[in-house]
Ligand binder design. Structure first.
Ligand code: SF4
Length: 237
């Protein structure tokens, strides 16, 4: 009947793409994963590289499950990565989808801007690995999100989590110090990944500065890694 929304219709979500690729960032770099890239984000970072030329499509839960099954038939994958945009804007859909992925024995890997703590709570039990950003306002040119990051990482810290922060020559050192102090306050054992911003294959911060940032963070945190976005170096998405 025209105008009557069925449950199925309501559980369709706006999604850019589902594809198999190599994880390019953070400590799981190199791992074969299936990526579910969701549309839309609650931030607008200066360096955002989410492709703008892909048309979003409406997927329902069963459509996503069968596409993942098909992709995994050809090559065995280690994890399903929820990426974006901001996947935590889609928790209603994820609450339906994630239990159905349980039977595949994938790790569920969440890539998030770490600003939606309440949304995280609602799907936390399904998530295995959390890649949580701390957005530095001098780099993103976005509003500061310190309070949201603090609440988010506190909730996520009893999971397998690492925190990632993107740095460029625009970085104000006060922002970086604040991020280190925030993480130390929650748990100094949570790994911090310092990710240099890149434009095509060019790193947008000096090597000397990366050394200094890592040395500084290691005064307060146990595990600090400098890892570039390798997908930009080898040219995968
Ligand atoms: S949080 Fe991520 S997806 Fe959202 S605008 Fe920033 S870089 Fe882009």
């Amino acid at each position: 009947m025209k105008g009557l929304r069925t449950t199925n219709y309501e559980l369709r979500t706006d999604m850019l793409e589902i594809f198999s690729s190599i994880q390019g960032e953070g400590p799981y770099v190199g791992q074969r994963q299936i990526f579910i890239r969701f549309n839309n984000c609650n931030l607008n970072c200066n360096f955002c590289d989410v492709p703008k030329n892909i048309k979003s499509a409406k997927f329902d839960v069963d459509g996503v499950v069968s596409k993942i099954k098909k992709i995994n038939k050809k090559t065995k994958h280690k994890a399903v990565s929820l990426t974006g945009g901001e996947p935590l804007l889609q928790t209603r859909f994820l609450k339906e989808l994630l239990p159905k992925l349980g039977k595949f024995k994938f790790k569920i890997y969440l890539e998030t801007n770490a600003t939606l703590p309440e949304n995280l709570k609602s799907i936390l039990k399904y998530i295995d690995v959390i890649s949580a950003d701390i957005k530095l306002p001098s780099v993103t040119k976005e509003r500061p999100c310190w309070r949201e990051h603090l609440d988010f990482i506190k909730i996520a810290s009893n999971k397998n989590i690492f925190v990632k922060t993107i740095v460029s020559k625009k970085l104000k050192i006060g922002d970086f110090k604040k991020a280190v102090s925030l993480l130390r306050k929650i748990d100094a054992k949570v790994p911090l990944v310092i990710q240099p911003a890149m434009n095509r294959k060019k790193v947008l911060i000096s090597t000397n500065r990366l050394h200094r940032l890592q040395r500084y963070a290691l005064k307060f945190l146990k595990n600090v890694l400098v890892i570039p976005p390798t997908q930009k170096i080898i040219g995968v998405r």
